[in-house]
Design a protein around this ligand. Structure first.
Ligand code: SF4
Ligand SMILES: [Zn+2]
Length: 330
């Protein structure tokens, strides 16, 4: 039986590294329990497992208790990230009065980050946001067709561009998330899509975070993955995206993949995964393409994998469907 989760307790709270004003600093991350993402009622996004995380009838009082818990752990970190498994600016998740209390509690913090769908980012709401705010926008892809059919996002790239420009015009920071390898894409298509999407997002972003798809439980993507119709991207593909973008965009490029090195997450051959993920982390801070210089004997396998996918015209997981040697020698 599932453990009953209390609406007045934070889902999680921890400390990690991030960046403020070009310096690596400690950040506090708090995952709040809310009524959940409004888009879930419409089916949600194909890769999102957040429906599992939402509750119903989380009250203002519950949210304030969660804030108290966070404050009891807060040690003056200059960066605080608040995730709600949805949109922090949706009044149904976090009412304006609670938002105000939160902004006030962290008014001395240099950076305060939260996520929101673009429909909640209106001129009226943006005016209420303090200047230490960074809004994270889940663009995922700049291709409208990919957003509609592959991600089922429920908004368009133009909606994100409007929201991003509005935030920038009001002097706020924007972190844009891109999804590396939405379903139905080959590895090569995924690299191209992420590079194009980053170029689209660059003018209205300060940071671009590339999130390789991580197969979450009870999602549409998990169904595809279980049938062998999806393979999470290779770490080499993520590195390739950074290589192609490096020096050509003004935004800081970063990635901190969840589930990296596991079958459900971004992975290589198993032997080099940690080394390659370390390189990604170093690059996320330094932006120095030399930090991506890692190698492994599985690079030719990744290249062969991409050739085979293109030849077969299929994004199915070739390593699982066929004998490796047979396919990857083609
Ligand atoms: S990815 Fe974001 S917008 Fe999509 S269902 Fe999940 S929380 Fe909602
Ligand atoms: Zn390897």
């Amino acid at each position: 039986m599932k453990e009953k989760r209390s609406p007045s307790e934070l889902e999680a709270c921890w400390k990690e590294d991030d960046m403020v004003d070009g310096q690596k600093v400690r950040a506090m991350v708090m995952i709040m329990r809310t009524n959940g993402c409004c888009w879930v009622k419409h089916g949600g996004c194909t890769m999102c497992g957040y429906r599992e995380a939402s509750l119903i009838n989380v009250t203002e009082d519950d949210l304030l208790k969660q804030l108290d818990q966070a404050l009891s752990k807060y040690k003056g970190e200059p960066f605080v990230k608040m995730y709600t498994s949805g949109s922090f600016l949706d009044d149904n998740e976090v009412p304006p009065s609670v938002r105000e209390r939160i902004f006030n509690a962290f008014k001395d913090c240099k950076r305060l980050l939260f996520e929101s769908r673009p429909e909640f980012i209106t001129p009226e709401v943006v005016k209420t946001l303090p200047k230490n705010v960074t809004v994270a926008l889940g663009l995922e892809s700049s291709d409208p067709k990919v957003l509609e059919t592959s991600v089922h996002k429920g908004f368009t790239p133009a909606d994100i561009k409007r929201a991003g420009e509005l935030l920038k015009d009001n002097g706020l920071m924007v972190r844009t998330y891109l999804l590396l390898k939405p379903p139905f894409m080959t590895e090569r298509m995924a690299i191209e899509d992420a590079v194009n999407s980053a170029r689209f997002a660059d003018p209205f972003s300060d940071e671009i975070s590339i999130n390789p798809l991580n197969v979450q439980r009870a999602t549409y993507v998990e169904r595809l993955w279980k049938r062998g119709e999806f393979r999470s991207p290779w770490i080499w593909s993520l590195i390739e995206v950074f290589r192609q973008l490096s020096g050509t965009v003004h935004s800081r490029l970063l990635s901190s993949p969840s589930g990296g090195g596991a079958m459900r997450g971004v992975h290589n051959c198993g032997e080099c995964d940690m080394k390659a993920l370390d390189a990604v982390e170093r690059f996320s801070y330094s932006q120095d393409v030399k930090d991506l210089d890692v190698t492994c004997k599985c690079i030719p396998r990744w290249e062969a994998y991409m050739r085979s996918e293109t030849m077969l015209g299929s994004p199915a997981d070739l390593e699982r469907d066929f004998e490796n040697e047979l396919v990857l020698r083609m």
